[in-house]
Ligand binder design. Structure first.
Ligand SMILES: [Zn+2]
Length: 272
């Protein structure tokens, strides 16, 4: 039984990444080789070693496509399922009166993903709460995390049960870095809509956005953070995502403590 096909892991703290993965991959036992490899890869990075890129960049054993798989049946165990917490990037990246979140995306994808990446970035740039820059870097199938940016990458992670995953590294509840991973085991030969949906979805998590709906079998809401069995009408960010981004990155939060100790948090949505 495959686990979730779209996943998202939010690590609780940068220093906790190793511990989280030990819990997930060692204590909880990997259910397959792909999962074990990914766990080892990340643990290897923690120890300052590089996982063998030969495996992650080897696409000979990937699926021919998603035909025959029930796309909607592959969301059951998403680590982010039911988690509606909204996380923000570090405050020095947020300029509410100057376009919102200022973030660089490092494009570590190989050539086959450039169209999907460019499309998704251009779609997210429609947000008035994001100021995105991109930089194409050397292809990195190990998907190494880099502080202060969102790394977007592709690799053959194997039969993990997820087509894409986003890992936001947090410190004190604040996002410090993000990695959006495309799993070539499922996506190498998938059709454009599935690839574009996954790219939009994982980049969206990288801004701190939660899911908008987690039932893949109901009607599509018209945004890429809505689980779906058929992504055709869900490949773009939607108004609900854009409004959420506005409340996250174009607002100013003021916290005051009253005499009786009541903490009042006031959120002002700033006009640009
Ligand atoms: Zn997700």
């Amino acid at each position: 039984m495959l686990r979730s096909i779209i996943g998202s892991i939010t690590t609780l703290a940068v220093v906790g990444v190793g511990g989280f993965l030990i819990w997930k991959y060692a204590l909880n036992e990997p259910t397959n080789m792909g999962e074990a490899k990914e766990g080892l890869q990340n643990l290897g990075q923690q120890a300052g070693e590089q996982w063998d890129e030969m495996d992650l960049g080897n696409f000979t054993d990937v699926l021919d496509g998603l035909e025959g798989l029930d796309f909607g049946d592959l969301f059951n165990d998403d680590p982010k399922l039911g988690d509606n917490t909204t996380y923000l990037w570090r405050s020095d990246y947020i300029q509410p009166s100057n376009g919102g979140l200022q973030l660089k995306l490092l494009n570590a994808l190989d050539d086959t993903w450039q169209t999907e990446f460019a499309q998704a970035v251009s779609d997210w740039k429609e947000s008035d709460a994001l100021v995105l820059t991109t930089e194409q870097v050397e292809v990195d199938h190990t998907c190494t995390r880099i502080d202060g940016v969102m790394v977007v990458c592709n690799a053959n992670f194997g039969d993990t049960g997820w087509v894409g995953i986003n890992e936001n590294s947090m410190l004190d509840g604040v996002i410090q870095s993000s990695v959006a991973k495309m799993n070539e085991y499922y996506l190498r030969n998938a059709d454009y809509d599935h690839r574009r949906f996954t790219m939009c979805h994982e980049i969206g998590h990288g801004f701190g956005l939660p899911h908008t709906d987690e039932n893949p079998y109901n009607s599509n809401l018209g945004n890429c953070l809505d689980y779906t069995d058929d992504p055709e009408s869900n490949v773009l960010p939607g108004d609900v995502n854009m409004n959420k981004l506005r409340s996250m990155y174009l607002s100013r939060r003021l916290r005051t403590v009253e005499e009786d100790g009541t903490v009042v948090e006031r959120t002002e949505l700033l006009l640009r």
